[in-house]
Design a protein around this ligand. Structure first.
Ligand code: ADP
Ligand code: ZN
Length: 606
């Protein structure tokens, strides 16, 4: 429909209420407006949507957006309408009457953007419909779904190649957040985008702080972490349904607003949880991986993994749901040796040899990430083939780099204990022997007479556990899952025992002192919003309450009204006039009209 004569920067400000483009957005948008095909590879939260939404307003005709998730389409359309854009959705959730109305608007040229499900788009009748109207652009969101190499393959996406064939003159932009080399090549091939400009903006999410902690008392560790985030939105992932329910209950007992979400719950209940989360009436969702594909909430402040995920790809995608609004967010992973053993057990139970090899490789990478002794972001990006020149300054390892030391003697002691014990005992037992614990089982086995008994008595149980764990992850020891998790020598253990190899390990962390409650309170949710004074914090909370009411009344997700970033900016500026209100980031002309009055009144304290 509309063909804006202004600059794209003006559109960004007037329609979307943003002062500046994110990296690469302007370049991509200009190319797309010029009519070139484009393939956009941008991390989650990078701002992919604007890369076709702004071109939609600057090219004549309707932009057709293909998206695999019905729930997401509706939210996007609601958000666009709130900004005064003529957008509509066409999918199986509409009644016949509603569909007819949308088709009517399409024929009348009244739409800027039309979101459709892929199965609908490729229907002959619908393609015929499209052939009769002017099309500005095709945007294919989640484009990796077209590839069998990717992890979300959707057969109906393959048929999208028909767009290139039947609408040769209409530019196509394909977008995704996850694509390795192979998937990328496949997407370009499948969609007939051989000539597309490729825009790859890298995997780094600088606003996410990554950390990992070894599980000691996981529920308490989680609650301790969440203390900084009272009232903020977040997701906690756990591997099993049972655990999901337990953790959710534990959090509720501790006074948090939390609910469980997993595939075993009925669909209506799952929808309810999702809607409450989107509507800001529920802070924390504790979920299996089933939760997230359809979640496009920009103000998720933290993602916690209560169990170690199986691969870095999955971990990256799940943590990527934090901080899409660009404000500081945190990713915490809790993990344990038991997690590793369980995961190995699953892998080894698999039938296919090749599959086992791949999964086992992926798990090793995950462990290496968990055990990282240098910058954790470096380990993450390294997995995707991206190098980080130096420490990132925004991860737990950079915050407090571990001290390393020459642990060759410790390693020799531990490895020879495993050897002397005939490689028939587990980690805990080995630790007891090395420390010379006079427990009954050791004495009964006669292991108190071994030369290695008590060889490391000067160090604590935690220290020895850490040493052995590190030796496992470095490949000097292996846990034999098939045989009661006994430890076996592996890799270059022999060279270490013969004194041919030096082993450098991280010094086991000293027992942590409890952090005083007032210190973290200054960080977390409040710092993420950059609120400095008590008044700002109080105002933010009032505005949030107002947003919640409006969102509930209009039955849209809270961020469709305003994102957290916009509310925070509002709380800092405390605008009194319409003009000042327009200066708030995230406020465009349409939102000024729609919400200005209510929010100005709340700010004035009426
Ligand atoms: P993606 O699809 O890449 O995951 P989105 O397009 O959903 O990301 O954008 C993530 C968030 O960032 C949204 O809340 C969006 O409004 C916001 N955003 C996008 N571009 C900008 C910008 N230039 N300035 C401020 N916020 C932006
Ligand atoms: Zn770092």
């Amino acid at each position: 429909m509309s063909l804006r004569a202004t600059s794209i920067a003006t559109t960004l400000a007037e329609v979307f209420g943003y002062a500046e483009f994110r990296p690469h957005q302007a370049e991509i948008i200009e190319h797309v407006i010029a009519g070139t095909d484009a393939f956009v590879l941008m991390p989650t939260g990078g701002g992919k949507s604007l890369c076709y939404q702004i071109p939609a307003l600057h090219r004549s005709g309707v932009t057709v957006v293909v998206s695999p998730l019905i729930a997401l389409m509706k939210d996007q359309v609601d958000a666009l309408r709130a900004n005064g854009v003529a957008a509509a959705v066409l999918n199986s959730s509409l009644s016949a009457g509603e569909s007819r109305a949308v088709l009517g608007d399409l024929r009348a040229g009244a739409l800027d953007l039309l979101y459709v499900a892929p199965e609908r788009l490729v229907l002959d009748g619908f393609l015929g419909e499209l052939a009769r109207v002017e099309i500005a652009l095709f945007a294919i969101d989640e484009a990796h779904c077209v590839s069998q190499w990717g992890h979300d393959f959707r057969p109906e996406y393959v048929r999208l190649s028909v767009l290139r064939e039947r609408f040769a003159h209409v530019p196509v932009v394909a977008l995704t957040a996850t694509a390795d080399e192979q998937t990328r090549a496949d997407v370009l091939h499948q969609l007939g985008l051989g000539k597309a400009r490729v825009f790859a903006t890298g995997f780094d999410r600088p606003n996410i702080h990554y950390s990992a902690a070894y599980k000691t008392k996981p529920a308490e560790q989680l609650i301790e972490f969440l203390r900084d985030y009272r009232g903020a939105s977040g997701i906690v992932y756990a591997l099993s349904r049972k655990r999901v329910e337990q953790v959710a209950e534990r959090l509720r007992d501790a006074g948090f607003s939390a609910a469980a979400y997993h595939a075993g719950m009925d669909a209506a209940e799952r929808t309810r949880v999702q809607e409450e989360f989107l509507g800001d009436r529920l802070d924390i969702v504790v979920a299996t991986v089933a939760f997230g594909m359809g979640i496009d909430k920009p103000d998720v402040r933290f993602v916690v993994h209560y169990d170690m995920p199986k691969s870095i790809e999955g971990y990256y995608q799940e943590t990527g749901r934090a901080g899409r609004d660009g404000l500081p967010a945190r990713a915490l992973m809790l993990w344990s040796m038991q997690d590793v053993v369980t995961a190995r057990g699953f892998i080894e139970a698999g039938a296919n040899e090749e599959q086992r090899r791949i999964e086992s490789h992926k798990l090793s990478a995950m462990i290496a990430f968990a055990e990282a002794l240098s910058c954790r972001r470096g380990a993450l990006l390294g997995y995707f083939g991206e190098e980080l020149a130096s420490g990132c300054g925004c991860c737990d390892v950079c915050d407090t780099p571990p001290e390393t030391y020459d642990a060759t003697v410790h390693a020799q002691q531990a490895l020879s204990a495993v050897y002397r014990l005939g490689e028939r005992f587990g980690l805990g037992y080995v630790v007891d022997v090395v420390r010379g614990a006079g427990i009954e089982r050791i004495v009964a086995n006669g292991h108190d007479r071994l030369s290695v008994y008590g060889i490391g008595a000067g160090h604590s149980r935690d220290e020895w556990t850490s040493i052995l764990r590190q030796l496992i992850h470095r490949g000097y020891l292996r846990v034999d899952v098939a045989e009661y998790s006994t430890l076996k020598l592996a890799g270059r253990a022999g060279s270490v025992l013969r004194g041919e190899e030096t082993v450098v390990l991280a010094r086991p962390p000293a027992p942590r002192k409890k952090t005083p409650a007032e210190k973290p309170a200054a960080k977390g949710a409040r710092a993420a919003r950059s609120l400095e004074t008590e008044e700002q914090v109080a105002l933010f909370e009032r505005l949030r309450e107002l947003r919640r009411e409006i969102a509930a009344e209009q039955q849209v997700p809270a961020y469709v009204v305003f994102a957290d970033a916009a509310l925070a900016d509002m709380a800092r500026r405390a605008p009194r006039t319409r003009e000042d209100f327009l200066a708030v980031s995230g406020v465009g002309a349409a939102k000024l009209e729609r919400y200005g009055e209510a929010f100005l009144a709340a700010i004035a304290g009426e």
